[in-house]
Design a protein around this ligand. Structure first.
Ligand SMILES: [Zn+2]
Ligand SMILES: [Zn+2]
Length: 214
């Protein structure tokens, strides 16, 4: 599997391009659309899907550009679909420029498997940062959007976030993965599940509740 990270767009978010056998997928087009397309071309990928871990502006701002350059459909969880056209939900109104994008080309839900050149890509619904936040797993890598970061988690004070939901998602669906699973977050450096179980203060606090088992 090819994994290319295009870091720090104008909002400091990570965009990922993954590929296998000439097919590719763009995860969170929040960096410059031209740069994303260059990576697609350099790796000779035919982009099958553009997928959004959630509907916030820092992860979607180049979505129209990459859709035009690749012709690929945009996929999102149904619960974040509205954010594409709603500047309050996508957060762009907070930056003083209301951005609205066209509707998604399709929805993904928990348990869906997408095929990228034979690579099986699994959708894991992880609500909390937003109701339609997803993580995207392929081989022993997982793209966690704004759900899990190195030593931190996504904020839950925006619009319809929920701290209880994000911790539930992390403890039930992410911490349960093999410890060597590499985490590619929506902001910041990669990490892995094992070191987050040991060192992430939010996860450690949950273990302190005795509600979860190592
Ligand atoms: Zn976000
Ligand atoms: Zn973000």
């Amino acid at each position: 599997m090819i994994i290319k990270c295009l870091p720090t767009g104008m909002f400091g978010s990570n965009c990922y391009v993954i590929g296998e056998n000439g097919e590719g997928m763009i995860i969170d087009p929040g960096t410059d659309g031209g740069e994303i397309y260059s990576v697609v071309e350099e790796n000779n990928l035919k982009v099958k899907y553009i997928i959004l871990t959630h509907g916030h502006i820092d992860h979607i701002c180049s979505v129209e550009q990459v859709k035009a350059s690749t012709g690929a459909p945009v996929l999102v969880h149904e619960k974040d679909a509205e954010a594409l056209s709603d500047s309050m939900l996508n957060g762009s109104a907070m930056f003083g420029k209301s951005a609205a994008f066209s509707s998604a080309g399709g929805f993904v839900k928990d348990g869906d498997i997408l095929d990228i050149g034979g690579l099986k890509v699994q959708i894991i619904h992880t609500p909390g940062h937003s109701p339609g936040s997803i993580c995207i797993k392929a081989e022993n890598s997982i793209f966690t959007g704004d759900t899990l970061f190195k030593r931190s988690i996504g904020r839950t004070d925006l619009g319809n976030g929920s701290y209880e939901d994000i911790m539930d998602s992390i403890m039930k669906k992410l911490v349960a993965l093999p410890e060597d699973t590499v985490v590619y977050p929506g902001h910041g450096e990669p990490t892995n599940i094992g070191s987050e179980k040991k060192l992430n203060p939010f996860i450690k606090k949950e273990y302190g509740n005795n509600k979860w088992y190592m």
